[in-house]
Design a protein around this ligand. Sequence first.
Ligand code: SF4
Length: 244
Amino acid sequence: MASRHEQSSRVARGARAASEISRRMTAFSPTRQKLLDVYRGMLATYGPQQWWPADSAFEVVLGAVLTQNTNWSNVERAIANLRQADALSLSAIQRLPREQLAQLIRPAGYYNLKTQRLLALCDYLSACQSLQSLAELPLHEARSGLLSVWGIGPETADDILLYALDRPVFVIDAYTRRLLVRLGLAAGRERYEDLRRGFERVLPPDVALFKQYHALLVEHAKRVCRKTPACESCCFASDCLQRI
Ligand code: SF4
């Protein structure tokens, strides 16, 4: 039978192992140089991206909700319907009968759910008085306000903060996570907030840089770093861990 000393050593070893596993799951500590190298590599390959594709800040807000779980071409069809119905403003969306709004955004999928989310977000924006008023709040207040809206998660909130309100928040999405893992910069199990903070900690709080960086990550993922990647034409092929 193990002595009390052996038992407590075993417990301590277990606690150390659990803490190491937890550290590996959440640690994301890239260097500024590495993140800028990745950025410059994509910029040199794909050139500047014109993001977010929208004519107004409110259209960005709509697109940020509509793009959840669907591709952008479906969002464009939904936005085109809203444009045709002259419903690309906060007040116009709120005036629409719920059923009509659902039909207009139907091409974006999950249209009943997205109708509820859009209306909840519009209620919140009305309570703030305007998008501009939200933009003038301290960043953490604006972010937690958006996150308090039903159906608005961190990626949608950060899309709105960065692309509609010009606030220096780094957007994380599945493409970002995939590239970080493939380049050996992340394990893939990190929480959204750890990845976001990792970028924001080392990069300058530069809205234009953050906008361009996220857009380039999306472009890179669509062009080459797909689920089945096209590594032979990738700008990171020489130092990617998962090059095929
Ligand atoms: S080499 Fe392949 S897996 Fe690596 S980043 Fe490029 S496309 Fe993605």
